[in-house]
Design a protein around this ligand. Sequence first.
Ligand SMILES: *Cc1c(COP(=O)(O)O)cnc(C)c1O
Length: 367
Amino acid sequence: MGGSEWSYMKNAYETNWIAPVGPHVNGFEEDLKKFLGGQVSAGALNSGTAAIHLALILLNVKAGDEVICQSLTFVASANPIMYLKATPVFVDSEDQTWNMSPTLLEAAIADRVVKGNLPKAIIVVHLYGMPARMDEILEIAGRYGIPVIEDAAEALGSNFKKRKLGTLGLFGIFSFNGNKIITTSGGGALVSVNDDFIVKARSLASQARESAPYYQHEEVGYNYRMSNICAGIGRGQMEVLSLRIYQRRKNFDKYKHMLSDLPGISFQEEMDIDFFSNRWLSVIQVEPFGQEINSEKLRQFLTKYNIEARRVWKPMHMQPVFSKYPMYENGVSEQLFNNGLCLPSGSNLTDYELSRVVKRIKVFYDI
Ligand SMILES: *Cc1c(COP(=O)(O)O)cnc(C)c1O
């Protein structure tokens, strides 16, 4: 917490706005819009998953439609495709950004078209805060007329060519779950350059109630709106977002500096100045060597010293629940899953704690 979250929550309590509607909900949407540069509208929701679900509904994705999705991601990117009984078509990563490979995206679309299905949407993910190759992805999507949903759940405050991630596609989604760079305890947002979509999303998120003196419903709605209390937390968190990005980027810089003498370790790097990551998590790749050196062995070693490191997301095409769906594969996401490790990356990580992590990693390599 930054400090002022509490006064926003107290205000919600004192004014009795304890509901999924209220001044903080509107205020949080305004804060987000302003932070994102003023060009998009924002709808505050109760999760990032809900935001992806609504984006797909607004794009009229129906049962049997195909939706392209990055394979290397958290499962929440793909689940909403299933809610709609549509078919996920997974695309592998490229090894610079770890995000969707433009080459494979193009191959996937061409192949789906030959098979008689023009995909209805593309869900591209900015993994761990790192921007995907948006120039190429938007160019390919545009050529086929397929709308792009940016899953920026992990990438609030990251930029591509000085533009905020989440504002480059037709839709952007954010998550304010407890583990993200800022949190509302649980929450999310849908943003779009098209304000009509966001007006519609707010309505769908409130059970699609029509304006009438009685309860009138003409389509199926959802209970997806953010609570005024959570939005109050969010307003306080927005005040420290820039600080959080600074802190997280600093974690990464320190890890990189202090681990640079270990030849078996490499980092998720920003390709050039067009790519600016919020460094939500500092992630390394551990080059396997013999039987004793690999990311899982390092994870287990750190656990012994009460240091929690986590494996990189297991790709969707390797998940039993998605194994029967099409996958356009080059081996990159599988390799990142095998070798990747997320280091402790909290905004409140102290110098002492970070040095302790580094020290143990060095001991691991001495064995
Ligand atoms: C966290 C996350 C989501 C889902 O957000 P929730 O708010 O937890 O529903 C979606 N995609 C990615 C990549 C995420 O990391």
